[in-house]
Design a protein around this ligand. Structure first.
Ligand code: ATP
Ligand code: MG
Length: 559
């Protein structure tokens, strides 16, 4: 894969470059560590581009490792989807897929090691009591009454926890560090919890599961990961990450480096909240084109290139970058499709036009470019006949001054074809415009009309040859920039009820053979992508990826 879009310098890349140049690191190894408890979203794409991009830049390796320490929330279906998303983005993990659960035996042995060294103990306090004893940011914690059990007693209890002798919540294994530490993460953090749950990888083998903190750094060390890149909320966990690495006989010493997570306006990047939208059927599954999931964006029409480009545009910083404008994401896909999507004409809100000076049997076919600047693209065949569809929005019975499209007595050019004039407006019983009677100036094909200027150009489709298509017009899922800003309010209150408008349109014949996920510019309308599910069922459904107007580019120019 070209690493063009993933090689922009940033503080992490610079730091690693310095280490490599100073000979402090030999082979750079990173990892992308998703928990398989939901689908990946655009925030994960940032992490993926960073981790795989760093590995590419330094000729190193990037592992895909599932952080699967919480069987109750995890599923095989998520694992499959995550693998597909990473591959689709164009990245290849080094070696096979890895799992934190691959290391459960080793982690358990290390837990026993800590117990023997008097650095871990079995605690009988309840979860509520543990919270209470832990103290607060301003008050130190208090030691558990079980903190001074002997190593032998602890080893025996730990073994019995593992054998399933105790109920969930009855006991935990904790590290013995410092209950008065100003860093709450060091106040005897939990290493193991009892969970009588079946695990998607290890089945019923384990009745206890390691905490994220106890599993993560040690998994890094086992795999020889040199740089463990994670988001800022783990900054306060770093001393704990290092404590484990120092206090266990691990085979290597990875380092954790934090960066700011991506937050995008008008959407959510929390798996938990996305999951709620899916489960409540507010959206059409995890790959609903309105979701910022990788699979939703794919279904919407985003290309892997555009997502990688976006990740390059936003950069990677240590400081919290605030809210990123979703217009930037739209800009990234728009510029890609502008260059690469074939053009087509599609009428979303059809109004019949009858060309009174064209014979009913008349038919001419124009061979037009697939893309105005790309002669490598296949040409399209556009049939022109007596009856056409145009878009209702391109006609006004009483137009304002600068309306250059169709109006009674006014002329307009049909894209790739003749200039026509509207001679008569036919209405139905309800008084609605039902049809326009127009006439063609046959002396205008490929040239300007004699003695007058026709400014407007509109798109059209032959009524005899057009294909009916369903068009799904997607918009932002939320009406406010930060739907989950207010902790006390329900983010569902900010749902945009017009985030999906479905219309029945008529497309030019070339659209009849659109392949799943094929993308087009519908001229004058926007960018669209053949819905992968509908296409497979033989239905023509197009999802609007993004409109034509680029508000981001405009802001940049002004700024
Ligand atoms: P969520 O909060 O959506 O549940 P998570 O952090 O729990 O996300 P993981 O599956 O644990 O999800 O994340 C895998 C990796 O992706 C982690 O290294 C995490 O830091 C990173 N990541 C998750 N969300 C973002 C984000 N918004 N921006 C950048 N990186 C992210
Ligand atoms: Mg996580």
């Amino acid at each position: 894969m070209s690493n063009e879009s993933t090689s922009a310098p940033n503080f992490i890349r610079n730091q690693i470059r310095d280490e490599v140049e100073a000979g402090r690191v030999d082979t750079v190894v990173t990892r992308f560590p998703p928990e398989p408890n939901g689908f990946l979203h655009i925030g994960h794409a940032k992490s993926i581009c960073l981790n795989f991009g760093v590995a590419e830049q330094f000729d190193g390796a990037c592992h895909l490792r599932f952080d699967d320490t919480n069987p109750a929330k995890e599923e095989q279906a998520y694992i499959d989807a995550i693998k597909e998303d990473v591959s689709w983005l164009g990245f290849q993990w080094s070696g096979g897929v890895r799992y934190a659960s691959d290391y459960f035996d080793q982690l358990y042995a290390w837990a026993q090691h800590l117990v023997r060294e008097d650095k871990a103990y079995v605690d009988d306090l309840s979860p509520d009591e543990i919270r209470e004893y832990r103290g607060t940011l301003t008050e130190p914690g208090r030691p558990s009454p079980y903190r001074d059990r002997s190593a032998d007693e602890n080893l025996d209890l730990l073994e019995r926890m593992r054998a399933g002798e105790f109920a969930e919540g009855e006991k935990v294994l904790r590290a013995k560090i410092d209950m008065a530490s100003p860093n709450i993460n060091l106040r005897d953090p939990i290493l193991y919890r009892i969970r009588h749950a079946r695990h998607h990888q290890t089945g019923d083998k384990w009745k206890i599961y390691p905490s994220y903190d106890f599993a993560h750094g040690q998994s890094d060390a086992i795999e020889g990961v040199t740089h463990s890149l994670c988001t800022l909320e783990f900054e306060d966990h770093r001393p704990l990450y290092e404590w484990f690495i120092e206090n266990l006989p691990v085979p290597s010493t990875p380092r954790q480096i934090e960066f700011a997570r991506l937050n995008l306006n008008y959407t959510l990047t929390s798996k938990r909240k996305l999951k709620l939208l899916v489960e409540e059927e507010i959206v059409d599954g995890w790959d609903d084109p309105r979701l910022p999931t990788i699979s939703g964006m794919r279904r919407r029409g985003y290309t892997p290139t555009s997502i990688r480009k976006f990740c390059e545009m936003i950069g990677v910083t240590r400081a919290d970058g605030g809210l990123v404008d979703i217009a930037m994401l739209y800009h990234a896909i728009r510029t890609d499709l502008e260059d690469n999507a074939p053009r087509a004409m599609c009428v979303l809100n059809p109004l019949k036009v009858v060309l009174t000076n064209v014979e009913a049997s008349h038919e001419e076919v124009y061979e037009v470019p697939g893309h105005p600047a790309r002669d490598d693209m296949e040409t399209r065949r556009l049939p022109f006949t007596r009856e056409l569809w145009i878009d209702r929005d391109d006609f006004m019975e009483e137009p304002p001054k600068k309306f250059f499209r169709l109006a009674p007595g006014q002329e307009v050019r049909l894209r790739n074809s003749y200039v026509i004039r509207c001679d008569e407006v036919i209405k139905d019983d309800a008084g609605e415009v039902a049809e326009l009677r127009c006439s063609v100036d046959f002396d205008t094909l490929g040239k300007n009309p004699e003695g007058r200027k026709v400014k407007g150009v509109i798109h059209w489709v032959s009524a005899a040859h057009g294909v009916p298509v369903e068009v799904r017009l997607y918009d932002n899922l939320f009406t406010v920039e930060q739907p989950d800003k207010d902790r006390d309010a329900d983010f569902l209150e900010h749902l945009n009820h017009e985030s999906l408008v479905t219309v029945q349109g008529i497309g030019e014949p070339s659209l009849a053979t659109a392949k799943p996920e094929e993308r087009f510019q519908f001229e004058r309308v926007g960018y669209f992508c053949a819905d992968r599910h509908a296409s497979r069922e033989g239905r023509l459904v197009f999802n609007r990826t993004v409109g034509l107007k680029d508000s981001w580019a405009k802001i940049q120019k002004k700024g």
